[in-house]
Every structure is written in C-alpha cells, then in structure tokens.
Design a protein around this ligand. Sequence first.
Ligand code: SF4
Length: 365
Amino acid sequence: MISYSYMDSVENKIKNGETLDENEIVYLYDSASLRDLGRLARSITDEISGNRVSFVSNLILNYTNICNVRCHFCAFYRKQTDSDAYTLSVDGVVDEIKKYYEPYGIKQLLIQGGVNSFLDLSYYTELFQRIKKEFPRLGIHGLSTSELHFISLKAHIPVKDLLIKLRESGLETIPGAGGEILDGSVRKRMGRPEESGRQWLEIMEEAHKLGIHTSATMMFGHLETSMDKAHHMLSILELQKKYHGFLSFTPWNFEPGNTELAKEGYKYRSGGVSVLKNIAIARIVFNKDLPVIQSSWLTNGMQMAQMAILFGANDWGGTIYDEKVIPATGKQVGNLRKDYIINSIKQLNMIPVERDNMYRAIKTY
Ligand code: SF4
C-alpha cells in the first residue's frame, strides 16, 4: 500500500513535468515493480513519438586500439608494443569506409578509439576533412571526451578551441562514450582518473555552448549503486535543461569478458530485468526533456532491443559492420544490416523510421 502511494506520487510528478529527486530514483531502482516502470515509461514515450521507432544506417570505426588510460572495464585497449596494437592511417580509414558507404547507404560514422599519445591534432583534422570530402553524406559522430581531453592537452589548446577546429574540419556531433558512471569514487575504482566524470560534463557543456550536439550514456551492471545512477542521470538532466544539447541517452550494460573488473570479481553481465529497468527508469527520469532513449542492441542483442522498445526506448541505434570494442570482451555480436532492424521493429507492430546523425527523419518503412 505504501509503495503504491509512492509510485503514484512519482507518476504525478512526471505528469506535471517535475524533476524526480535522487531518493525517488533510488526507489524506482530498488522497490518499484518492473511492470509499473514499463507502463509509465512506455506511456511517456507514446506521447513523445507514438509508435515510431527510429534507427540510423551507421558505421562504427575504431581507428586505433592503442590507449594510455587502461580502464578496468575495457578489453579493447592495447599498449603500443602489443602485437595486435593498430592505428589506421587516414587512407586506411577512407578505405574502410569505402567498403560500406555506398553498398549500405551509410549516413552516420561513429568514429572513436583509444587515447593514443602518438597521434597529433593534425591527424584528426586531416582525417575529418578527408572523410567529409570523400563521403559528403556522412555525419561524423566522433571522439569520446577522454580522446578530446587528451588531444587538447597534447595540442596545448583549450577544449573550446579544439572543438571549433574539429567542427571546421567536419566533426558534427560527439558520442557519449566515457560517461560510464560520473561519480569520482566509482571511476577511480574502475581505473579512470577520479576527475574524469567532471571533465565529461565540462566538455559536454563546452560543446553545447558552441551549438555542437552530443549523446549521453550510462554504463551499468558493475560496481555502481542505485544512488550513483541517480546522481549520474540528474547531472545530465541538469545540463540538458540549460542547453538542450543532448540528442539521446543510451544506458548500456558492462560486458565483463577479458576485463580487469572481471578479475576483481565483477564477472557476471546484467540480466534482462536489469536492462529493461535501466531503460524504463531513464525514460521516466528524462521524461520529455530528453526525447530519445536508445536501446543498445550491441550489448543486449536483438530480442532485448525489441523488449527495450516496449519499456520506453524509441530509437534502435544503428546498423553495425565489424565493430571491434565489444568483440574484444569475447562476446560475438556479428553484423546488423538495415533490413534486420526494419523487420524487428515491424514485428512490434511499430513504424521503422530511418534517421540521420542529427535525428532528422529520412524515410519511413
Ligand atoms: S574505455 Fe576507452 S579510454 Fe578506457 S581503456 Fe578502453 S579505449 Fe581506453
């Protein structure tokens, strides 16, 4: 009876457009029923986008796996001396994109890699200029805040000037990678610099002030608490209310395979209930302030991605060809072509809408 009243008060706040506080979000995680969460989350999504589900023809390109950060949750990074370390030249990136651009009608390039201290700013400006010249239709969605922070330090220029230079070279939007959980003590235990969560928010704010749109993410299912997730989402919501610069929010689950965290005991991946809970709570917390909640099919698979839509997500994410970060954990994701996504959305009796990098609708199927 008590918990029913509490859920009622949460629902009323959401209907009135009020922001939930941290204790209410913790209640949603720890005490609310999955059925109630799904019902409320889906009703918000119905008001935002009805039965339309967007997706993008996307290519993920990991241009280097050399990284000097070495996060405990990451199986992708290599030292420069490792036999399987690689860095693609600008020509190498162009050749890779060529394989997919025309055959699959790619509209978005998600390009990110390790924090590679051997690469200068000129590599990135030349890279983006070449990509825009050779593939004018592509929206470049590139570089995590960790990469941006390091490039600015190495080039001795403020992040603001770096962002301006990269935008002039062709960068359109910035992915949410590096968000994980923003709390400093959680990040420290995950092998990240303690201040890197604050840096993530500062770089996002700098981008939003310049009118550069970005995405937001949250990685769950490791050593974080419900309160950590509440603080994470509320920090993002606060920034969103100032600039409306985030185009989407993607909660995705930690993949433990081949990671340091797995050796420390965090060896089981989140189950379906946790995935759906995080999708639904994200939708409830962001309400209409951040209209797009993305299902991460890459870590959760096609069937869970369908379920995520029923629990409040309204964007499928993108097609995948030869992505390298998740397979490094030992999880085989394969490739995902556009027709599979369209078919999966139609199985839900919903309307697939192809979008571009800026979430503008291109075609309805
Ligand atoms: S998550 Fe990114 S920054 Fe961290 S080790 Fe992996 S590649 Fe490097």
